[in-house]
Design a protein around this ligand. Structure first.
Ligand code: ZN
Length: 404
């Protein structure tokens, strides 16, 4: 099965007429994606199964429970709302195509090889990203996971039950983890580092630490036509200067800071707001820089709130520390690719992945496939077919080296 044929079959699933993908976990589109995967895993002679947490696995070679060194590749098939077609899906299709390439060369793995498809990686439906890998590793408590709800109030437990799974079984899976020796996730590049370097393939260095903070600016509602400027306590003003301060702090620190969501109450077009609630997403190359960036933004917000007689409360909602991928594995991969004449620069990334969650437990690495636009989580996300083929070949070389 060629990559092009795999891709041709997967491409229409869950695509909205407007162009973006809506492949949310435990929906009919998700079931179709899963059926596509299982059909092709079966076709390759792999043993496909679903684990207790709803992740899919396709095993090649010994499933002897005593083996503790399986080489795993894969990614996810769910998408963000109106996302691109490559994020996650490219890693799964490439994994199937890489195994097909190895089988066509009559390669016989010494170590078991598995392809994994992690569920709810984007957190688009139940709001916790990397939910499938977090459940396996015990990074989220099963009771809390079961109670997670979507926009319609459907819980994860109910959605899994409707899909024929026993949600009572979810949770840490040490038996499965014990069988895994290494995980290599291929992913479309998110950002635009490879194109200027003229490289089709990159290797991940690590994942930037990132955090999310909620800023609540509380002022006093008033009439837009009668309240004198000097008499106002308008929370929109310190919010606006905080957005600009965030941009400046990010630039000063070599970090990223984004206010992507804001709610102004009561939301009248002819009134001064009573409150503005906004969420800051900040990421940086290291935790110290992230802390300094967030502190600079907070202090600018406090000063501006004080100037306008507005009360400010800041709450950290989430924090993910720096992820370092396994250096030995990374050097081995760059070595294998280099020996095959493939230059694969080592790149940092600001995006979270299942590989980042699994890195806490097993040696993990990532391969990136060039994204000429650099855009992701959007229908503009793209990879040229030749680069996808190069990714498949690179992944096959890596699997052959690790499992051979
Ligand atoms: Zn992804």
């Amino acid at each position: 099965m060629s990559f092009a044929e795999l891709w041709r079959q997967l491409e229409p699933i869950g695509r909205h007429p407007a162009g973006g993908y809506r492949r949310y976990s435990w929906t009919p589109a998700d079931a179709e994606c899963r059926a596509w995967f299982t059909r092709h895993a079966d076709g390759l002679g792999l043993t496909a199964e679903q684990d207790r947490n709803g992740n899919l696995w396709a095993w090649w070679g010994s499933r002897d429970a005593a083996r503790e060194d399986a080489v795993v590749t894969g990614s996810h098939l769910d998408s963000v709302p109106d996302g691109g077609g490559y994020d996650g899906a490219l890693g799964v299709a490439s994994a199937l195509a890489a195994v097909a390439e190895l089988k066509s060369r009559n390669f016989n793995p010494e170590r078991p090889v598995a392809i994994a498809v992690f569920t709810e990686e984007e957190g688009a439906r139940f709001r916790v990203p990397c939910l499938g890998s977090r459940l396996i590793t015990g990074a989220i408590e099963p009771g809390a996971a079961r109670a997670l709800g979507d926009d319609d109030g459907v819980t994860l437990a109910a959605a899994m039950t409707a899909a024929g799974c026993d949600a009572g079984l979810i949770g840490a899976d040490e038996g499965l983890l014990a069988r895994l020796g290494a995980f290599v996730e291929l992913h479309v590049e998110q950002g635009r580092a490879l194109a200027p370097m003229g490289a089709a393939i990159g290797v991940a260095e690590g994942i930037w630490p990132h955090g999310r903070w909620r800023f609540d600016f509380a002022g006093r509602p008033d009439h837009a036509g009668t309240a004198r400027l000097a008499d106002r306590n308008d929370p929109m003003l310190p919010y606006a200067s905080t957005v600009l301060a965030a941009r400046q702090a990010a630039a000063d620190h070599g970090a990223l800071a984004t206010f992507g969501k804001v709610i102004a109450e009561p939301g009248g077009a002819n009134g001064v707001s009573s409150s503005v609630r906004a969420w800051l997403d900040a990421r940086a190359p290291d935790e110290e820089t992230l802390g300094e960036t967030a502190a600079a933004i907070r202090s600018a917000a406090e000063i501006s709130a004080g100037e306008h007689g507005v009360t400010l409360t800041v709450r950290q909602e989430s924090y993910t520390p720096l992820v370092r991928f396994d250096e030995t594995l990374r050097d081995r991969i760059t070595g294998v690719l280099g020996a095959a004449g493939i230059t694969a620069p080592v790149l940092p990334t600001g995006a979270g992945h299942d590989a980042g969650v699994l890195a806490a437990r097993i040696p993990t690495a990532m391969l990136f496939v060039r994204n000429p636009t650099g855009v992701s989580h959007s229908p503009a996300e793209h990879a040229e077919e030749a680069d996808c083929e190069a990714g498949v070949h690179a992944l096959a070389l890596v699997l052959e080296d690790l499992a051979g």
